[in-house]
Design a protein around this ligand. Structure first.
Ligand code: F6P
Length: 324
């Protein structure tokens, strides 16, 4: 097939996620293997708008696979939310002969790519976010590492919680969605998981569950609270007042974003990065890479944008049943 692409660009954007480096490495080495040149763009769209880019070779991505964060650096660009910014970014891509742009990032990064596509840039997005909140895919780079990090931390808090016979509220990340809370909560056998998808703000119900747990001889009560609900410190105070049970809140915060990626994150990120390059070389325009039902696929960016993703009701029900 006739292929006009000679050079691609790659950037990471939005919140960093463990495994992004594996994706960058796969993009660079796949592109080089197919005879393409690769420009690495620093600090996401922010760097693109400043033309902060450099030629990448095989050695540019040595020794990065096992590292958390992103060697390309990342940023959240306000200018890319404006028409003027998007137009300038598209002009820069044309001027710098970037004929395909691989964007590794989350929801906000996808929106930027969607706008760039409308201005004639051929984009291919790779889902990189710990939040798992991209509707077109069942897997996002960094989620696996983040939930494992959260799980380790919650296990530790559980030890001290049991010793002191306390209630512990642990707030995990996830933006507006409850995937990290649900997965880490199930993995740690949490007594209660609070997620934006179904929380009705009935604190009396939580208080009642704590009392029942105590009557059943439970030595602790672990609540995983999604950041989309927040107010963990306030909730801890109110629960302590109403139950008389000492209650502490821990907000796990940014530690969930760092650390060496798990095997799954390294392997899936590599598959997705490599696929992004091949999709561009196949001549496809404006795609996003997804993982669905055990397969790595690509779908149109506009179709991806219209998709919606719920939370598994089976998982929620199972978590409730097992928490007694
Ligand atoms: O999207 C990843 C994430 O860590 C979310 O879970 C969180 O809401 C957000 O980023 C925090 O963003 P920032 O790094 O801008 O504080």
């Amino acid at each position: 097939m006739a292929n006009k692409i000679q050079q691609i660009g790659v950037l990471t954007s939005g919140g960093d996620a463990p495994g992004m480096n594996a994706a960058v490495r796969a993009v660079v080495r796949t592109a080089l293997a197919r005879g393409l040149d690769v420009k690495g763009i620093r600090r996401g769209y922010h760097g693109l708008l400043k033309e902060d880019m450099f030629d990448m070779n095989s050695r540019s991505v040595s020794e990065i696979m096992q590292r958390g964060g992103t060697v390309l650096q990342t940023a959240r660009s306000e200018r890319m939310r404006t028409e003027v910014g998007v137009k300038l970014a598209a002009e820069i891509c044309e001027k710098r002969m970037i004929q395909g742009l691989v964007v590794i990032g989350g929801d906000g990064s996808y929106k930027g790519a969607q706008e760039l596509a409308k201005h004639g840039v051929n984009v291919c997005c790779v889902p990189g976010t710990i939040d798992l909140d991209i509707a077109s895919t069942e897997y996002t780079i960094g989620f696996d590492t983040a939930v494992n990090t959260a799980m380790d931390a919650i296990d530790k808090i559980r030890d001290t919680s049991t010793s002191h016979e306390r209630c512990s509220i642990i707030e995990v990340m996830g933006r507006t969605r409850g995937y990290i809370a649900l997965w880490s909560g199930i993995a740690c056998g949490a007594e209660k998981i609070i997620i934006p998808e179904n929380y009705d703000f009935d604190e009396d119900e939580i208080v009642e569950e704590i009392r029942t747990g105590r009557n059943f001889g439970k030595k602790h009560f672990i609540i995983i609270n999604a950041e989309g609900i927040g107010d963990s410190i306030g909730l801890a105070q109110r629960i302590e007042e109403k139950t008389g049970m000492e209650t502490r809140a821990t907000i796990l915060g940014y530690l969930q974003r760092g650390g060496s990626p798990t095997c799954r994150d390294r392997v899936y990120a590599s598959m997705m990065g490599a696929k992004a390059v091949d999709v561009l070389l196949e001549g496809k325009q404006n795609r996003v890479i997804c993982y669905q039902k055990g397969e790595f696929l690509d779908v149109d960016i506009e179709d991806a944008h219209k998709m919606e993703k719920g939370i598994s009701e089976d998982m929620v029900k199972m978590a409730e049943e097992l928490s007694v």
